[in-house]
Write a protein of this length. Structure first.
Length: 434
């Protein structure tokens, strides 16, 4: 009797870009090969540079690479030679295709019914409201006069204007006057956003005051495991909005923070995220936790998983591989807490200046001297050899990671960096005269 050879088990990663680059190595470490599926033959301008840099570094992790050109059957037929155990989005732009393909193939899926609300920030807030969860005040419109009228009628002094669908704080503006609202509205409406979609409407929201957190989870069959909690610090940039300053890994939530976690779990339930990763950004206000936005994918920003593992003993990317490779084992440990062994901060460098670096970039050597600096990402700055003024996450010239057992050492190193950014930025980035 001829023995039938079992098809190789694989996961399909859709757009393994941004933090999605870390997924394939974690699955490979657990003995599962990966197929890379690109959602577009031609990516939007805002994604192209990311795609080129990331694929150059990760192509070796994939068994095969495919491109989706609108034909689901062709992709499904190509995958028939494998035993596919999951379809996983590597980034925001991948979510709709991962939802649709996993549903068509009868795999663990969040399905297409709620897919739009997992991408569209207006529908996202509506889903929460329909589920009985607290939300901020918000308006979706294509009329700037309607925004002005709404803000006055609601008594909102500071309005946040943003695209309906985008990523990395693209187009987000904080407005304190009618003129600022008009300017922000006109800068967005009718323009193509960073992920290649046309901004036909604008989302207006009340500005939330409080501490912002990123809650990272991994779910299986509707049961959610808390992977990490990150506390955000942002700074105001004139003419833009709030840009990322630093992100700190928070210890396991105490009683005061547990309402934040319960709210986050309610959010991902309302959005129909039953399988896989979610990155949910929430501000803890005087009214309680309120959603900024949630993504049905791993946290962006490319924080190396090994650094997170070193600090917490677990990380979202690794738990994703655990859930898909061993669902039973994952569920048995779904309530497992983590305890920080050391502290970690991701510092986004902020440039108020702009220009071509003159000679060697001072920041690279200077920051490497800091006691807690363990890693830096200057790839875009070096490849572009141009310092862009920081107006959002993607225009940050570089990222550095500070890690140490002593929180005071990290804090002092962070303050050193901020001092250079504020008082010696031209020297830091080697741009113009000091």
């Amino acid at each position: 009797m001829t023995q039938v050879k079992k098809a190789q088990k694989v996961v399909v990663i859709v757009n393994g870009l941004s933090s999605g680059v870390f997924l394939a190595p974690r699955f490979q470490a657990r003995g599962i090969a990966c197929i890379h599926l690109l959602s577009h033959a031609i990516f939007p301008e805002g994604i192209k540079s990311m795609k080129t840099a990331d694929l150059n570094n990760t192509d070796s992790y994939y068994l095969e690479s495919l491109v989706f050109e609108g034909d689901y059957d062709r992709i499904i037929n190509t995958l028939k030679k494998y035993t596919v155990i999951g379809i996983i989005p590597g980034m925001e732009l991948a979510v709709p295709l991962a939802d649709a393909l996993s549903e068509r193939m009868g795999l663990p899926t969040n399905g297409t019914r709620g897919s739009a609300a997992r991408r569209n920030k207006y529908l996202m807030q509506c889903a929460l409201r329909n589920a009985g969860l607290p939300t901020k005040r918000f308006l979706c419109t294509n009329s700037e006069e309607e925004v002005l009228k709404w803000a006055r009628s609601e008594g909102i002094n500071e309005v946040v204007i943003k695209p309906m669908n985008s990523a990395a704080t693209d187009g987000v503006r904080f407005c304190n006057s009618d003129d600022e609202i008009r300017e922000a509205f006109r800068a967005i409406i009718g323009q193509e956003n960073r992920i290649g979609e046309m901004n036909n409407e604008v989302l207006a929201e009340e500005r939330l005051i409080g501490t912002e957190f990123g809650v990272n989870t991994v779910s299986w069959d509707g049961k959610h495991r808390l992977a990490e909690v990150w506390e955000y610090s942002k700074v105001r940039v004139e003419g833009a909005g709030n840009v990322y300053d630093c992100t700190r890994l928070h210890d396991w939530p105490d009683a005061k923070l547990m309402p934040l976690i319960r709210y986050a779990f309610g959010v991902i339930d309302a959005l129909g995220i039953r399988y896989g990763a979610a990155h949910t950004e929430i501000i803890l206000t005087e009214r309680g936790p309120l959603l900024v936005e949630s993504g049905a994918r791993v946290m962006g920003g490319k924080i190396p998983p090994d650094l997170i593992m070193q600090c917490a003993g677990q990380c979202q990317v690794d738990l994703m591989a655990f859930a898909y490779v061993d669902p039973k084992g994952f569920l048995e440990q779904v309530d497992t807490a983590y305890n920080l062994r050391c502290q970690i901060i991701r510092k986004h460098l902020i440039a108020g200046c702009e220009g071509v670096p003159e000679g060697e970039i001072f920041a690279i050597d200077k920051l490497a001297e800091l006691k807690s600096c363990v890693k830096g990402d200057f790839v875009h700055l070096i490849s572009d050899w141009y310092v862009h003024r920081t107006v959002d996450m993607l225009s940050s010239p570089a990222t550095v990671f500070l890690l140490h057992e002593d929180p005071e050492i990290i804090l002092n190193d962070y303050r050193t960096i901020r001092d250079f950014e504020i008082n010696h930025e031209k020297e830091l980035f080697s741009v113009g005269s000091t």
